[in-house]
Design a protein around this ligand. Structure first.
Ligand code: ASP
Length: 292
């Protein structure tokens, strides 16, 4: 079973985005079907979305207020709780694979900034040419811009995926260019384990999207997993945490949730969430509104 998302917000999904999500689910499920790991399926599914340029990740990532694209990504597997992440990485087409390299080639979990970019370059990862649209904004003007902007959930488009493989191991991943109007160096929930993603075979897998600052404050991915561990269904677990997210911090988010037994929920408190799932039967289901 594999699930993928292309962000939660107020915009409806376009048909190229829907087609891309379907193609990504096909790639991920094909790998699971051939005995591939959930980790591999999640990474490869996200790579399809990053490469498309249709979402706010990889080739399509947003720019921060100084005109530079800085991206975040993370990946985690639920058997040994191994995880890897990158924050504020620049010019790399597949930050999700950089996150996987952090997990597999180092003892670290998170690398950030120019040194995360240098790490990815060491692995000869594909780069995209950054046309730096150098911002003429002074730092004071940038600060004023973000103070005026409220988290309306208008421009999202982070991508993510979760899967369970034939051995019952779950994995989760996410990749983003951040939110609209960010100060240079702003990092959201996506690369923070327990906030943007979590995976544990004793509970399940979660991949988040939405207003990162609110997701961080409630460590949403881990909160949902803790409820799964205590026997709650995915729908109930996410409903409880989202109720708190909205009540406590006026948060806005969407989530993919999956247990090792294949029960799942797709949930959002935003108007829309582009997402889908596939268990290999028929065709993938891809929509932009879900009831849970
Ligand atoms: N969660 C991402 C962030 O805050 C944005 C998104 O999911 O659209 O960086």
């Amino acid at each position: 079973m594999i699930l993928a998302h292309g962000g939660a917000g107020s915009r409806a999904m376009t048909s190229p985005q829907a087609a891309c999500l379907r193609a990504a689910l096909h790639v991920g499920h094909h790998l699971l079907d051939r005995g591939g790991s959930a980790l591999l399926a999640v990474e490869q599914t996200i790579r399809v979305l990053e490469r498309s340029g249709l979402f706010n990740a990889g080739k399509g990532a947003y720019r921060q207020l100084d005109g530079v694209r800085r991206m975040d990504a993370s990946i985690m597997e639920g058997e040994r709780l191994h995880a890897g992440a990158v924050g504020s990485i620049e010019g790399i087409v597949h930050p999700i694979t950089a996150a996987r390299h952090v997990m597999e080639a180092t003892e670290h979990v998170l690398l950030v900034g120019p040194m995360a970019t240098k790490f990815a370059e060491h692995f000869k990862m594909e780069r995209h040419r950054q046309r730096v649209s150098s911002s003429r904004l002074s730092y004071g003007a940038m600060l004023r811009k973000i103070q005026k902007s409220i988290a309306t959930g208008d421009r999202h488009g982070t991508v993510g995926a979760i899967a369970v493989d034939q051995t019952g191991t779950v994995a989760a991943g996410a990749s983003t260019g951040g939110i609209d109007r960010m100060l240079p160096g702003r990092v959201g929930d996506t690369p923070i384990i327990g906030c943007g993603v979590y995976a544990d075979n004793e509970a399940g897998a979660v991949s988040m999207t939405g207003w990162g600052e609110s997701i961080i404050r409630l460590a949403v991915a881990k909160e949902i997993c803790e409820r799964l561990r205590h026997g709650k269904t995915p729908a109930l677990a996410v409903r409880e945490v989202f109720r708190r997210l909205v009540a406590k911090v006026q948060g806005s988010a969407g989530a993919l949730v999956l247990t090792p037994k294949g029960r799942f929920a797709i949930a959002h408190v935003t108007a829309n969430m582009a997402a889908g799932w596939w268990d290999g039967r028929g065709e993938p289901t891809v929509k932009d509104t879900f009831r849970y």
